[in-house]
Structures are given as C-alpha cells and as structure tokens.
Design a protein around this ligand. Structure first.
Ligand SMILES: O=C(O)C1=C[C@@H](OP(=O)(O)O)[C@@H](O)[C@H](O)C1
Ligand SMILES: C=C(OP(=O)(O)O)C(=O)O
Length: 406
C-alpha cells in the first residue's frame, strides 16, 4: 500500500469552533469538517426559532447545544436517535439547572430528549465578583465539562468547576480550553479546578486541523500492510490539540513509524512491531477499537485499561468488539479490575461480515482487515458521522470495494 489519503477535518475542533464562533458573534472558520456531526451543528446553530433540535447520534451536538441553548435562554426541545436517548446527560442538566436553566426531561429521567424552558437569571452572589462554583463528575463524559466551559465566559461572574471522580477524555477538555483561548477567553486549569472569569470572546479566524481519530484507521492499515508500504497524510499538525495524536505512540509499538515531512504532512512507514502492548485509553477512548483490531490481527497480546466510557458511546463498544473480533478468532476478555485482554488464536480473514451497530468506528476499525482478506461491512454509510469520504479514500489507495450483490 502506497499513496496519499485525505483525512477529514476534526469534528471535535469544528463543533467547538462553531459554538464559540456563535458566542463571539463572528470570525471565519476554515477547513470545517464535512462530518455529519459538524454539518448538523452548523445547521442547528443557524436555526434561531426551531422548536425541536434533533442532535441525531452526535454526542457533542447534544451536549454542547444543550448548554448553549439553555444559557441563551431558548425554549426548545432537544432530542436525538434512539441510542442518543440511552446516553446519559444528567450531570450536565444538573449543572445547567444550578446556573439557572429550567430544563425538564421529556422522556426518561437523566436522558434526552430535553425540554428547555428558558432561564431564570442567577441571583447575584454575595460578592458579585465571585464565580459560581459547581462540582461536576468527570468520569462519565468530558463533553459535559467542555459544554460548561464554553458558555462560562458569558456568565456574569464566571464559573469555577470542581472536577470529581476519575476524569476521562481529559485532552478533549484541554482542546476546549485551547480553542477558547484562541478566541480570547482564558480558562485557568488547576487540575481539579477549572476557572473561567467573565470575558468577551473575540471574533477570530480559525483553520481546523485534520482529524487524528480518522488518521488512526490509516495507521491500522500500515500496521497490517506488507513490508515497504507507506502512506502520506496531509493536514495533521506536529503540535496538535487533539489527544488522539496518541495514536502515533501506540502504533509505534504495533510497527508503524511516524515522520513529519513538513509541519502538516505526515508519513507513515511500516516497521517491526513489539512483542506485546499495554495501553491505557482513559485519555483517548476513540482509539480503542482501532488498536484492538490491529493487535488481534497481528497476534500481539495486549492489555487495555481505561475503557469505562466505551459502553455509553454510539453503541456498547466493548460488547460490539467482543462479538465482531470473535468472528475472526480474536477476543477481548474482561480480566477484572478495569483490565481487558486482547488475544487471538489463528486470526483469519475469510469473507466474514462485520456488523457495525450504528457506530462509525466499528466500520472503520474493521475495514483495515481487508489487507488480510475479503471482508464485508454492514451498513457502511455509518462512516458519515465523522468521515464521509472514508470508502472513497480507501479506493484511492487501491482497495477494491465492489457494490454488494443485492
Ligand atoms: O469532546 C469531544 O469532542 C469528544 C469527547 C470524547 O467523548 P467523552 O468525553 O464522552 O469520552 C470522545 O469520545 C468523542 O468522540 C468526542
Ligand atoms: C464517541 C464519539 O462521538 P460522540 O460522543 O460525540 O457522539 C465518537 O465519535 O467516537
């Protein structure tokens, strides 16, 4: 395999930039993602009177818009797919209520859909200058914290958030802070405490970086490709705000060498892999599926930790991985105390059909197995959530993807 693959623009950066741009009242955004999650955010933000906002299956849209709409005092219903209605949101709703938002659950308590009923302005604190203090758990989703941080500069006295529990996806919180800062709003990060003073966002231009989570599938392909393979990936930065840049270090152990030919041109080449892998995914949960499939396919025994949030994403990703890996002779076994073992016995790719469970990452994580044999992917259009051009890019580097026989 040799060639150049285009990765999409980061949907995480895009969706933050869109919310902050709306709060800043201007600034131009370049290289916005064509992901459905971003298209959706853009559309919904442009509709000032919609009575119902449908976030579909986009976690960032659901969480960031809840905070944005609630704090701008809008009255509307916020809903999503059947799966979105199983993804918890109580931590964010509780916090927004403390900030004066009136929110009801339209269905099950603690889950979307939400009914936003407007906002009672916060009673001034004794000292007008003291920020409102919130305690927010960080062990369910970092998106609640990002959502609160982005609206924090608009609060009359700002916000101080005390984080409790094991904070997962921390780099996404740092990405939020970096984008806020880019638009002129400072967030003090004291580890357990995040503090934002009232500030005005400045309309500023921003060019979104390529998506490192999307790049992970290309790393996987190089890991499974024959000796002498290489790939070039444009738009990825040496100094990224995305925690999923961790894929470079992880894949170094699975035999992929990363080199920047220029600041935004990445070259991946094939190397010898290590004998085993131990990896904590607390900071980068979206990489777990990619790495699990590669380790199993290469027969490299691996121990994974930090997978707690996988069960509440687009699907239960642990169950989905277990079922699908088993079709090839791979396994993801719960070893207790938060540890999972990836193993495989005579891993073989012989035309199996992979179910995707409405999860873009299931489709993309298993696609690289096509380097080892024929494989069928069910509902391949799921990739539109984050990487609509994924299959076309595969064809460009030489994969043959015949239309399925009906
Ligand atoms: O803030 C973000 O852009 C994201 C945060 C992560 O979610 P959690 O914080 O729920 O782990 C990640 O899995 C998701 O794909 C995108
Ligand atoms: C978990 C994901 O997205 P979200 O939570 O934003 O739906 C993802 O893209 O893998």
């Amino acid at each position: 395999m040799r060639g150049t693959a285009q990765v999409p623009a980061s949907k995480s950066e895009s969706n933050r930039a869109l919310i902050i741009q709306a709060l800043a009242g201007g600034g131009q955004l370049f290289n916005l993602s064509d992901a459905n999650d971003t298209q959706l955010m853009q559309r919904l933000l442009q509709d000032p009177v919609a009575p119902v906002f449908d976030a579909e299956d986009a976690g960032t849209v659901m969480r960031f818009l809840s905070a944005y709409l609630a704090m701008t005092g809008r009255q509307a219903e916020l809903t999503g797919t059947a799966r979105m209605q199983e993804r918890p949101i109580a931590v964010l709703v509780d916090a927004l209520r403390e900030l004066g938002a009136r929110i009801e659950y339209a269905g099950q308590e603690g889950y979307p859909p939400l009914r936003l009923l407007g906002r009672t302005p916060q009673p001034a604190t004794a000292e007008e200058t003291e920020p409102i203090e919130l305690t927010v758990r960080g062990d369910i989703s970092s998106q609640y914290i990002s959502a609160l941080l982005m609206i924090a500069p608009t609060l009359p006295a700002g916000l101080r958030i005390w984080l409790t529990g094991k904070v997962g996806s921390r780099p996404y919180i740092r990405m939020t802070q970096a984008l806020m800062q880019h638009f002129g709003a400072v967030c003090r990060d004291l580890g357990e405490v995040l503090e934002v003073r009232p500030q005005a966002y400045q309309p500023t231009d921003y060019t979104v970086e390529g998506d490192w989570s999307g790049a992970s599938y290309w790393y996987a392909m190089v890991a499974l490709a024959p000796e002498g393979s290489y790939l070039t990936l444009p738009t990825l930065r040496r100094y990224s705000w995305q925690g999923d840049q961790a894929i470079a270090g992880i894949m170094a152990q699975l035999g992929v060498h990363t080199e920047f030919l220029a600041d935004e041109t990445l070259r991946l080449t094939k190397n010898a892999p290590a004998a085993r892998l131990t990896q904590d995914f607390t900071d980068c949960p979206d990489l777990a599926q990619t790495v699990a499939v590669v380790a199993a396919a290469l027969g490299i025994p691996a121990t994974f930790t930090g997978l707690e949030s996988l069960r509440i994403k687009e699907t239960d990703r642990i169950a989905a991985l277990q079922t699908e890996l088993a079709k090839f002779g791979g396994a993801l076994t719960d070893a207790g105390e938060g540890r999972f073992a990836v193993s495989s016995e005579s891993f073989q790719v012989t035309g199996q059909t992979v179910a995707t469970y409405h999860d873009h990452r299931m489709a993309m994580a298993f696609a690289p197995l096509a380097l080892l044999g024929e494989i069928r992917i069910e509902a391949p259009q799921v990739v539109r959530k984050s990487y609509p051009q994924f299959w076309q890019e595969l064809e460009k580097v030489g994969f043959s993807i015949p239309a399925p026989a009906v």
